[in-house]
Design a protein around this ligand. Structure first.
Ligand code: CTP
Ligand code: MG
Length: 217
């Protein structure tokens, strides 16, 4: 069974305020994309890691991860995933991970891949700690809601079908596409270390999280 991990790193990071696209910006002494690449490459169940980068980002990737396999992505996240899927043809299982979520633990990968024994896909989720209301102030039952992270794991044929048949507009993750195509997606326990770096303040929060993790290790 072949398992390929795609790291989508073709975004512009416009909300991050970073001089470099955020996925190449330094984070705790290492370019952001290099963190999750190291975890995926070291995992015994992962046969290959492919980084999907933006056109013109080749030199930034070479500086961050010399020799890493890469392909060129597209305008939307789902276009970048599609480019990665073309490069991963022949794989049985695909993991798709945001470069913007640097701190990935092997345990999350284990939980996702185990769930593929019984499901077409699996995603890590966390509960919502805040009280929630809709725009008009109506309370929303947070107990029924989950925040969805990456990596997301899929049986490759189900994922290919979902991308091939997608009729919707912009999709922020792949699980919604697989569900729309009738696939089953398991929810597994996520990890607070997997928070996405989106805004300027998230860099400092990520640095603090990794420092705390290092102290407690
Ligand atoms: N991504 C991608 N291709 C795109 C858009 C996004 O590969 N066309 C990747 C990003 O590099 C990131 C992940 O998808 O690792 C999640 O996207 P997001 O956090 O929105 O990153 P950006 O699109 O780069 O940031 P922004 O939306 O602030 O510009
Ligand atoms: Mg974006």
């Amino acid at each position: 069974m072949t398992t390929v991990a795609l790291i989508v790193a073709a975004g512009k990071g416009e909300r991050s305020g970073s001089a470099l696209p955020k996925q190449f910006a330094p984070l705790a002494g290492r370019p952001m994309v290099a963190w999750s690449h190291a975890t995926l490459a070291a995992h015994s169940a992962v046969d290959e890691v492919i980084v999907v980068i933006g056109a013109g980002q080749e030199a930034m990737l070479a500086a961050a991860l010399p020799g890493a396999r890469h392909v060129t992505g597209g305008a939307r996240r789902q276009d970048s995933v599609r480019a990665g899927l073309d490069a991963a043809a022949g794989a049985d299982r695909i993991l798709i991970h945001d470069a913007a979520r640097p701190f990935l633990s092997p345990a999350v990968i284990d939980r996702l891949l185990a769930a593929l024994d019984t499901h077409d896909g699996a995603v890590p989720v966390l509960p919502v700690p805040d009280t929630l209301v809709s725009q008009d102030g109506t309370p929303v039952d947070r107990a029924a809601l989950r925040r969805v992270q990456t990596p997301q794991a899929f049986r490759a044929p189900a994922l290919a079908r979902a991308h091939g048949g997608w009729q919707g507009g912009e999709a922020t993750d792949d699980a919604q596409m697989v569900r729309a195509a009738g696939g089953s997606v398991a929810l597994v326990e996520g990890d607070t270390m997997l928070e996405k770096v989106t805004y300027p303040a998230d860099f400092a929060a990520a640095e603090a999280r990794v420092a705390m993790e290092t102290r407690s290790a």
